[in-house]
Each structure stands twice: as structure tokens, then as C-alpha cells.
Design a protein around this ligand. Structure first.
Ligand code: ACM
Length: 562
């Protein structure tokens, strides 16, 4: 018999000896993937977990096994036998093994698939989660559904994968102020983020046009600040639909979404945008505003843009308000970072307000380095909020305006006005998250041909039908966040984020259309080393695997250009 097999092996063409195994289509591309011959059958496979794994990771494996059982029609049981690590290093293996391995990088994982057994190694929860996401991506799409698919091929190809993220902070920012999105809608976004190994949802929760988070000490923030009496229509600044619009998240809903995200390896970073972008809060608590602020009474803003009506930061009551709000926010979100906004704060009202000017005097602020004494009041606000949050064990992130003037050590800068803020901040030793308008603003149109796209901020400012500065899939994919950063400052680049502002986005379908598939391109710049990026492979994978996956999940997206 052995001789016969040897004979056949010599005379049969390679293609007939073993069906050629196609490389799995995985986004974001793993750092290292080596294929070998053969496959491992996962249908009915026994799964063994290292008892040293944490409960969350074990739960994630069980969820995977239950789904595999359901869709394949054959039970995959999970056990956590004592001494498994020794068995794996010495014994004959059969089944799928999950081993905790402290030598693997945070969030990284190794997968080794042979014909009889597969071994997964990771050091933490996110590592195990991402290994499972990669295995899912090697299986038929019905693994993402809950209907049995008994005829599908429940096998994974034999391969060796060694994978870990390029950046630790892999985010998307969702603006739920200009338009409000329900908890279920946010959860759907989290589901997709998790598949593509994103780990931060930056949640923009306060702005001129709506306050979205319940704060016990200041109930009017949501009673009044969460609702506006109308919204401008399309790009017409002088229009108003007259329809009351709004909504907010209760604390219980927020706890629910924080837990939902955490189970998917995602941390929610909340943003309270201060001291500008506060008109909705001022509608709720007018006493926090500047003297002679106009128009009066304050109202939750019904137009887009940057409101000139800002907080009176010379008033101690206002500072107390901010600290109280941030205390409740810090209690609610386990994130080590709280985003305190800081962008686009007009100083017109501070120039005239007696409290603000008295504070400028008291602090001895002077015009220096191109930053006026009054503008330096923002440094005072940032520094106080930073100290306050530090007392609660939190660090701050702010938009790159916080860098103007003086900024305390330990702050993280989100570079949005191009890349210069990130280059400067990282060179000064601040940690940085890159989210430049020039590559990462996914409220911008995604094709230069404006006629074919839904109305967007790009339509608002473009004359004619051809957009400059469209953020196409290819443009995001081509971004290297470290490219312009001096070598010695690169260690300060924590990661990359795309921002979705929602002035012109009112429905889930439209939200998803703007997010996808651009967030998939983002996932590769966040996760994969530039050496494994390949636009042709990425687009082919999208067409053949990832977009059908989004279809399967009922997620809307922009079709690829032909
Ligand atoms: C911003 O886009 N205003 C941060």
C-alpha cells in the first residue's frame, strides 16, 4: 500500500495530489501568513482551552464554538483541561487548541493550522478575539449568520500566521450630536469594527446642535440641550425644517454600550467638546455663558458651522460645571482617556467678557508666540480639566488646537488640521493620534464626481461637480501615518482614526455608506505593516469576500468603482 501511495505521489501531477489551497482573504492583512498544503476540518472539532486563559477569552471561544456548531450542524465542544500547555508542547494533537502565551505581543496572536490540529496562541483577550476573527474570515460567510449551512465546507487551510497590530489605537469617531443614532445603530457599527480589529470608538457626545449624554447633576443638559427646534435643510444656511429633533443616551444605555463594546475588544472614548461647541449646554444653563452673548435666548443650534456662543470660563461656576460633568463621564466610561475636544473655540466673547478678562489678568496671561492672552485662557481650561481628570486616573485627548500656547505633559493630541499638528506634537514629546482631514475625514465625499454621491460637506463648499480633496478608498489606503513624522518622534504616534461628522448624515443607511468600505481601508493602515499592504489584493479581497460579508450582515456600503 505504502509503495502504491509513493508511486502515485511520483506520477500524479501536483494539482491532482491535493487541491490547491487558496490564500484566505483576511482584512486587515496579517503581518505574516505562510500557506502549506491541506486543510483542517473544523466541523465537529473538539476545542481545548488553556485553563490559564481569562474568563472573557474563554467566553469568546465558547461563543465561536456555539456558532460553529449551529452553522455546521455538528457539535464542537469546548474543554479547559489542566496541563494543556504540556500536552501541546509534547503530545500528539487533534482538535483546536487555545493557549495563553505571555511572549505574544499585546493584541497579537499566532495561529498554526495543520491537517489534524490547529494551535492558537495569544497573551490577552484582544489577541484571542482577533485570532477568532481571523479564523472566521477563513470560513464560509455563514459563520456570521445563525442559519445552519450544512453543505458548506467547514475547513480552514493549513497555514502559519504570526500577527500583531502596527498601532495600539485603532479608532473611528462617530458624531452623534449633529444627528442622533440609536443604541442599536451604534452597536451595529461596533460589530463591524470588531471584525476588522478596530479597538476604539471615539464617541462625540456634545456639540452646539445637541447634548447627548445624561448627567445627573445637570438634568437640563438632556431635558433642554438634547433637542433642537429644527434643522437647516441640505446646504441652505437660511432654511429650517421646523421639526423638533434630538435624543440622548441614558446612563444605563451607556453602561450597556460600554459593555457591548468591551466584549468586542473595543474601548469607548467619550468626548465632551469644550470650551467651544457648547451652545446646547448654554441653552440648558444660560448662566454659564458670557456677558452680552447674542442672540438671546440661547437655543440648541439649528444650523451647522461653529457657534460663537461659548462658555464663560472666567466664571468659577462654569469651571465647576465642567469638572462635575467630567466626573460623571469618568465614572461611566472605563477608558483611560477622556476626550475634551478643544477645537474651534472662537474667542470673540472672551475678549469682551469681564469675568474672562479678569481671569486673564489674574493668571498673568500675555500675548506670546503668536497666541493672544485671551486665547491662552483655553490653556487654563485644558490644564484644569487635565488635572481634574488625572485625579480620577484618566488622561486627556484633545483636538490639535490644545497645542496652541502651553500644554501640560501627558496630554494626547489628535491631529486633525492636516498632519502638521501631529508632527509638531510628537516632536515635542506628546502622544498623538493621527486623524488628518487630508486622509481621515470620512464625512468628505468618497469620489471626485459629486453628481454620483449623496450631499456632503464637500458638496457644500465645492463649486461645480468635481471635488478636490475627495477621500477615496484609495486615498485612505495610501496613507502612512508615520511618513512625515521624524524617526525619533514615531514612538509617540499611538494610532490612527477616521472621523465621521454627521451634519449631512441623518440615516443609518447613509451613515454606513460613508463608513464602509473606507473603514476597511483604515483597518489596514491601523493594523498592517506597510510591507504587507497591497491595493490590488485589498480591492480583490473586498470584492470577493469583505463586501459579501457586509451584505451578509445587512450593512450598507459604497460599491467599488468599476
Ligand atoms: C474638527 O473636525 N472640528 C475636530
Amino acid at each position: 500500500m505504502k509503495r502504491l501511495l509513493l508511486f502515485l505521489a511520483l506520477v500524479l501531477p501536483v494539482s491532482m495530489q491535493a487541491a490547491k489551497v487558496a490564500e484566505p482573504q483576511i482584512v486587515p492583512a496579517p503581518q505574516k501568513l505562510e500557506m502549506s498544503k491541506g486543510t483542517l476540518k473544523l466541523k465537529g472539532i473538539n476545542i481545548n482551552c488553556d485553563p490559564a486563559m481569562d474568563a472573557q477569552s474563554l467566553k469568546a471561544v465558547r461563543i465561536f464554538a456555539d456558532r460553529l456548531t449551529l452553522v455546521s450542524g455538528k457539535t464542537s465542544s469546548v474543554a479547559a483541561p489542566v496541563g494543556l500547555e504540556r500536552t501541546v508542547s509534547t503530545g500528539k494533537l487533534k482538535g483546536l487548541y487555545f493557549i495563553k502565551d505571555a511572549s505574544i505581543a499585546p493584541e497579537g496572536y499566532n495561529i498554526s493550522i495543520g491537517k489534524r490540529a490547529g494551535v492558537v496562541r495569544a497573551s490577552d483577550f484582544n489577541g484571542f478575539l482577533y485570532a477568532l476573527q481571523t479564523i472566521r474570515q477563513m470560513l464560509p460567510l455563514s459563520i456570521y449568520g445563525d442559519t445552519p449551512d450544512l453543505k458548506a465546507c467547514w475547513k480552514v487551510p493549513c497555514c502559519q500566521i504570526a500577527d500583531a497590530p502596527r498601532f495600539g489605537y485603532r479608532g473611528v469617531m462617530l458624531d452623534c450630536c449633529r444627528h442622533f443614532f440609536s443604541l442599536d445603530e451604534v452597536k451595529k457599527v461596533l460589530d463591524v469594527m470588531a471584525i476588522f480589529k478596530l479597538n476604539r470608538l471615539h464617541w462625540h457626545l456634545s456639540d452646539d446642535q445637541g447634548w447627548r449624554i445624561e448627567i445627573d447633576k445637570y438634568p437640563r443638559l438632556t431635558e433642554v440641550g438634547a433637542f433642537r427646534n429644527g434643522t437647516m435643510v441640505g446646504g441652505d444656511w437660511n432654511s429650517n425644517d421646523g421639526i423638533r429633533y434630538g435624543g440622548y443616551y441614558t446612563k444605563d444605555q451607556i453602561r450597556d454600550i460600554v459593555a457591548y463594546a468591551a466584549a468586542r475588544g473595543i474601548t469607548i472614548v467619550p468626548e465632551i467638546d469644550l470650551p467651544g461647541h457648547m451652545q446646547a449646554a448654554l441653552a440648558a444653563y444660560p448662566e454659564l455663558g458670557c456677558k452680552d452673548s447674542k442672540p438671546q435666548p440661547y437655543e440648541v443650534w439649528m444650523r451647522w458651522g461653529i457657534s460663537k456662543q461659548v462658555l464663560n470660563v472666567g466664571n468659577e461656576k462654569t469651571m465647576q460645571f465642567l469638572e462635575d460633568v467630567l466626573s460623571e463621564v469618568a465614572d461611566l466610561f472605563p477608558s483611560e482617556y477622556i476626550h475634551i475636544g478643544g477645537d474651534e473655540c472662537p474667542r470673540d466673547e472672551w475678549e469682551k467678557d469681564p469675568d474672562c478678562q479678569a481671569k486673564v489678568k489674574e493668571l498673568g496671561l500675555v500675548d506670546k508666540d503668536g497666541v493672544s492672552a485671551t486665547a491662552r485662557l483655553q490653556n487654563y481650561v485644558t490644564s484644569r480639566m487635565q488635572k481634574h481628570l488625572e485625579s480620577k486616573g484618566k488622561k486627556i485627548i484633545g483636538w490639535d488646537e490644545i497645542l496652541e500656547g502651553d500644554l501640560g505633559k501627558g496630554a494626547t493630541v489628535m491631529s486633525w488640521r492636516g498632519t502638521s499638528g501631529g508632527i509638531k506634537a510628537s516632536s515635542m514629546g506628546y502622544d498623538v493620534i493621527m486623524s488628518p482631514t487630508t486622509y481621515c475625514y470620512i464625512d468628505y465625499v468618497q469620489s471626485p464626481d459629486l453628481r454620483k454621491e449623496p450631499f456632503s460637506i464637500t458638496h457644500q463648499w465645492t463649486k461645480g461637480d468635481v471635488a478636490e480633496g475627495a477621500i477615496t478608498l484609495e486615498r485612505i489606503y495610501g496613507y502612512d501615518p508615520l511618513a512625515e513624522i521624524p524617526a525619533e518622534a514615531r514612538k509617540h504616534i499611538l494610532g490612527v482614526q477616521c472621523n465621521l461628522w454627521t451634519e449631512y448624515i441623518a440615516t443609518t443607511e447613509h451613515l454606513e455608506y460613508m463608513l464602509f468600505p473606507r473603514v476597511l481601508a483604515l483597518s489596514e493602515i491601523q493594523w498592517s505593516d506597510p510591507s504587507v499592504k497591497d491595493l490590488d489584493r485589498f480591492k480583490k479581497t473586498l470584492a470577493e469576500h469583505e463586501l459579501p460579508l457586509l451584505d451578509k450582515l445587512g450593512v450598507n456600503y459604497r460599491k467599488l468603482d468599476k
